[in-house]
Design a protein around this ligand. Structure first.
Ligand code: SF4
Length: 419
């Protein structure tokens, strides 16, 4: 009996609108069982595939992936943007990854929570039914997730920080407090995120061995109230981030934006040398921004990332609030769904998504995009990487996130790029 699925996002809608975006963007790995199943479906002789191999061995990983056409589509994507496996054999015959996307199953002790990937255009545009409508489907998939990840079953709570563990119920108290703060429309989102950074900073210095249950609720009520008092309302009153903070953020943005393969690949597809040169340019931050992703404009100077966007349209504010609410409520920012980051480190990596995506949106606006389109596209790129891009793993950016935190740069970067 699989663990139950609880805590579906309450603020987000989704249904597949058959845009086929995921079937063009991703290289879908298949398990040995899925490989056998697809081969038995007889696609080698099917006229729809016109002699193309259904699967391809990926040299780098040594794993089988769904083959793509010369145009970059999954070979099973039909001209009607529908999946041929699904049409011929039903949804259960598709690879598991295709069935789950854009949902993310987040292990939470004795149950699953659910998050979503904002790289999907229908998620970003909030199209479809409320997530609760997918509860039955997700419950059915949870057994498959568990078969693949037995360690997720009754997983112990990840650490808050090194050597500090609290029970799942207390971790949920933290996330509930941050969910309440991030959806509190009394304050602009930029200010709410700085308030959360303030609370996280206080909590990093606290011990929770004797503060648990109702006492933790009381502690969090007092600290979140103090965050409102102590966090400047005006972002201009927050000191400007230092050179180190802005350089680290720019380098982090380069990692988030980099697409080396697939239909959205940028200059990185040209090879290692092109990626090395782009990395140097992001570190130095002068001249024009290398086009690391198809969504990025051509020939925009780095300086454009320092020009304020001004007030965002209400729809962009709603999108970003939904995004942070879903990530916080689901817990997709720490533990196995974010490179096994500890709680506070994962929360800081999530907070840094805000300046990263707004820096990216500024480049697009400088090239003539309207603000809503720019914010939506920037979020789609950045969330494609969040929790999935191996370069954001511990060996890559764990220390820069910690360095930005230790230097007190996180609230400064939020305020600076939130202008
Ligand atoms: S198998 Fe079907 S759902 Fe999966 S990527 Fe290919 S076309 Fe899309």
């Amino acid at each position: 009996m699989p663990m139950p699925v609880r805590s579906l996002p309450t603020v987000q809608n989704w249904d597949c609108h058959t845009c086929g975006d995921c079937c063009r963007t991703y290289s879908v790995r298949v398990t040995a069982e899925e490989k056998e199943r697809i081969l038995k479906q007889g696609w080698m002789s099917a006229p729809e595939l016109a002699g193309q191999e259904p699967l391809r061995l990926e040299k780098a990983s040594g794993e089988y992936v769904l083959n793509h056409t010369a145009e970059g589509n999954c070979v099973f994507l039909g001209p009607d943007n529908l999946c041929r496996i699904h049409a011929k054999f039903g949804a259960a015959a598709k690879p598991f990854a295709c069935r789950l996307y854009p949902f993310v199953m987040v292990p939470a002790g004795d149950h699953w929570k659910v998050s979503l990937r904002y790289a999907c255009p229908s998620v970003a545009d909030n199209l479809g039914r409320g997530c609760a409508a997918h509860a039955g489907e997700l419950t059915a998939l949870s057994g498959l997730v568990e078969a693949d990840n037995p360690k997720a079953i009754n997983m112990p709570p990840p650490e808050l920080q090194r050597g500090q563990v609290v029970p799942w119920d207390d971790l949920n108290r933290f996330t509930k407090t941050f969910l309440r703060m991030v959806t509190n429309s009394t304050f602009p989102l930029e200010q709410r995120l700085r308030q959360i950074a303030w609370v996280a900073d206080e909590c990093r210095n606290a011990r929770f061995d004797k503060v648990s249950g109702g006492r933790l609720d009381e502690f969090l009520r007092i600290v979140s109230g103090a965050a409102v008092e102590d966090t400047p309302a005006d972002p201009a009153a927050v000191p400007r981030p230092g050179w180190v903070g802005r350089t680290l953020l720019r380098q982090q943005s380069g990692v988030y934006l980099r697409a080396d393969h697939g239909p959205r690949a940028g200059v990185g597809r040209r090879g290692k040398w092109a990626r090395f040169v782009a990395g140097i340019r992001f570190a130095v931050g002068v001249g024009t921004v290398p086009r690391l992703h198809e969504f990025l404009p051509q020939g925009v100077p780095f300086q454009a990332g320092e020009v304020p966007l001004g007030e965002l349209p209400a729809a962009a504010g709603d999108l970003l609030t939904r995004y942070f609410a879903v990530k916080v409520e689901s817990g997709q920012f720490f533990g196995p769904t974010n490179f096994h980051h500890r709680f506070w480190h994962g929360l800081e990596s999530l907070l840094l998504v805000f300046p990263t995506l707004l820096w990216t949106a500024r480049l697009m606006v400088a090239a003539g995009a309207d603000k809503l389109t720019a914010v939506t596209k920037a979020l789609r790129i950045v969330d494609e990487s969040f929790g999935y891009n191996g370069m954001l793993d511990g060996g890559g950016l764990a220390s820069p996130v910690r360095a930005m935190s230790q230097k007190g740069e996180i609230p400064r970067l939020i305020a600076w790029y939130g202008r």
